[in-house]
Structures are given as structure tokens and as C-alpha cells.
Design a protein around this ligand. Structure first.
Ligand code: ATP
Ligand code: FE
Length: 298
């Protein structure tokens, strides 16, 4: 289903992006495309499209790491942000604290030992009967504004650990138990519940946010990070929410960064041969050199 959704979306999305930018393919100087990490079926849809455009218009290709793109978009909005810097990447599938030394050079200081924080947000949203059409995080953040953050006591994950790792599976269980103890029925959407039930749900949302912070678009986590950097005379760079959740701009920008230092592949042939080996990297830890020979055949 994911592959089909990507295949249906890719042409109109590229057309719309070019149209909105008032450009045609002939105006481009290169094509940047995410090659990993992620579902290979979906990555392949993007890579095929990128190679098609690049082949047709004789453009070089830059293969991009999705999480590096999340990190580097900060350099688009803050031109003075120089290496090295510390990046906190909190998204749907990742929870990383990394030291960014240079383009393509990262040291992972911490990661999640179980779930990523976005997963905890999305599950919490589902159990609270929130509208999940976009994603769970923004819905939890909105409902939390109506609640009392002190009302439900959740314990802070990993508080006793002195390393930089994260863990959210236990918090998820705490949220589920709190929801069960309040007899909240997640099959009843929040729009159809009583006032009192709505208040209980908001209290859980607010208390959950306090412990877990939130994903990078979340205002609460931004405020807390802001305080942490001020206490240490550091500078905080937070891209706007539209550049935090997945977006094409961050991939294009990372492409530009690599392109400018000469890291790109030459234009592909106008028609890829049937047995062409795509350079897809479904599992690709940030900062790790990619071992040759793992590319996937079409
Ligand atoms: P990854 O980058 O790890 O591969 P992804 O690409 O699937 O994950 P992103 O678009 O990077 O996902 O992030 C989506 C996640 O961000 C979802 O879990 C969503 O609930 C969460 N999120 C979005 N906005 C907010 C917010 N305001 N508060 C909290 N969480 C949010
Ligand atoms: Fe992402």
C-alpha cells in the first residue's frame, strides 16, 4: 500500500513543486533524492523518478540520507550554523542525539533503546481517540493545552541512566494504564465524548507531554531546549515546524550541500537498463560509511 501511494503521488508532487517554484526541469542543476534509511519499496519509487528526470535532462544525482537531511535543514534556516554542532533528531522512527562533525560525518551519542518518541505520540493520540488523519503529535499537542500537566504522574524515562540514550516503551505502557484506569474508550472519538471524559483525556495528553517533551515541531520541547541552551551559553537552532516533519526542502538542501563539495553521481543514461542496480540503503545508520555491494536490483 505504501509503495502504491508513493507511485500515485510522485508525478503530481514533482509537477506541483516545479510549478509552485515557477521552474521547469530545464532550470535544475542537479536532482537530490533520499536513498535511505526507510522502506525500500518507497525509496525505489523516489530513486526511479529522480533517475528518470536526471537521465532525461542530463543532470547529476545526489543520494541523500533522510536523517542527515533532518539535521542539515538547520543550516538552511541559520546560515551561520557551522560544524561541529549537536543535533537532536526526534521523529516518527528515530530518536537520535548526534554530533555533526561535517557533511556525512556524524557520531551517534544516543539513540532509543526501544520506541522513538513519535511512536509514543502517535499511540497516545490513538488511545485518546484523537483525529489521526495527519499524524498524532500535533493532535496531542493541541489537546494538551486544555489539560493539567500535573494531574497524572508519569515517571520520566531513563532518569537514573547516565548515558545519552532514550526509551519510550515504558512511558507508552504508563499512558495506556492511565487511560484504562479512567475507563476511556478510544473507539469513541474525542469529538463525541462528555465534557468530563474530554477533560480526563486532555489531562493525560498534558501530563504525557511534560515527561516526554515532544517531537521537534512541538512548542513544549522547543521551550525546554531553549532553557537548556541558555543555561550553557549555547545557541539553539530550531527549524520551523514545516521543515521539521518530512519535507522535500530538507532533501534538496542536503543535496545542495553535497553537490557544492563535489559529492554527486554523474547523469544516468536516459533509459536505465532493466538490470540496473539501484543504490538503495534501507538500513543506514547516520554517520556510517555504506558497505559496498548492498545495492538492490530493480
Ligand atoms: P523518521 O524521520 O524517523 O524516518 P518519519 O519520516 O516517519 O520518521 P517525520 O515526518 O520525520 O516522520 O515525523 C513524524 C512524527 O512527528 C510523527 O510521529 C508525529 O506524531 C510527530 N509530530 C509531528 N508534529 C508534532 C508535534 N507538534 N508534537 C509532537 N509530535 C509531532
Ligand atoms: Fe523523517
Amino acid at each position: 500500500m505504501a509503495e502504491e501511494a508513493h507511485s500515485l503521488a510522485i508525478d503530481p508532487v514533482v509537477q506541483e513543486a516545479l510549478h509552485k517554484a515557477n521552474l521547469t526541469e530545464r532550470d535544475l542543476s542537479a536532482v537530490a533524492v533520499t536513498i535511505g534509511p526507510g522502506l525500500s519499496l518507497c525509496l525505489r519509487v523516489g530513486v526511479q523518478k529522480a533517475r528518470k528526470i536526471a537521465g532525461q535532462f542530463n543532470l547529476p544525482i545526489v543520494g541523500v540520507h533522510h536523517m542527515e537531511a533532518h539535521a542539515l535543514v538547520a543550516r538552511l534556516i541559520e546560515q551561520d550554523l557551522r560544524f561541529p554542532f549537536l543535533a537532536l533528531l526526534i521523529s516518527g522512527g528515530h530518536n537520535l542525539l548526534v554530533l555533526a562533525h561535517n557533511l556525512g560525518q556524524y557520531t551517534q551519542l544516543g539513540t532509543t533503546i526501544d520506541d522513538a518518541i513519535g511512536e509514543a505520540f502517535d499511540k497516545t493520540a490513538k488511545w485518546l481517540g484523537l483525529d489521526m488523519r495527519r499524524s498524532g503529535g500535533p493532535a496531542v499537542e493541541k489537546l494538551a493545552l486544555e489539560g493539567d500537566a500535573e494531574s497524572v504522574k508519569f515517571s520520566t524515562p531513563m532518569k537514573q541512566h547516565k548515558d545519552c540514550n532514550f526509551s519510550y516503551a515504558g512511558l507508552k505502557t504508563q499512558v495506556r494504564l492511565a487511560i484504562e484506569s479512567k475507563n476511556i474508550d478510544f473507539r469513541i472519538p474525542i469529538s463525541s465524548t462528555s465534557c468530563q471524559d474530554r477533560k480526563s483525556r486532555a489531562n493525560i495528553a498534558a501530563s504525557f507531554q511534560v515527561v516526554s517533551g515532544g517531537v521537534a515541531s512541538n512548542k513544549y520541547v522547543r521551550a525546554r531546549l531553549d532553557r537548556a541552551v541558555k543555561n550553557n551559553s549555547l545557541q539553539l537552532v530550531c527549524p520551523p515546524p514545516s521543515l521539521c516533519t518530512d519535507n522535500g526542502v530538507m532533501v534538496a538542501w542536503t543535496g545542495i550541500e553535497h553537490f557544492c563539495v563535489g559529492r554527486f553521481d554523474p547523469p544516468p543514461p536516459a533509459d536505465d537498463p532493466e538490470d540496473f542496480m539501484y543504490d538503495l540503503r534501507p538500513r543506514w545508520p547516520l554517520g556510517e560509511e555504506f558497505a559496498e555491494g548492498r545495492s538492490e536490483a530493480r
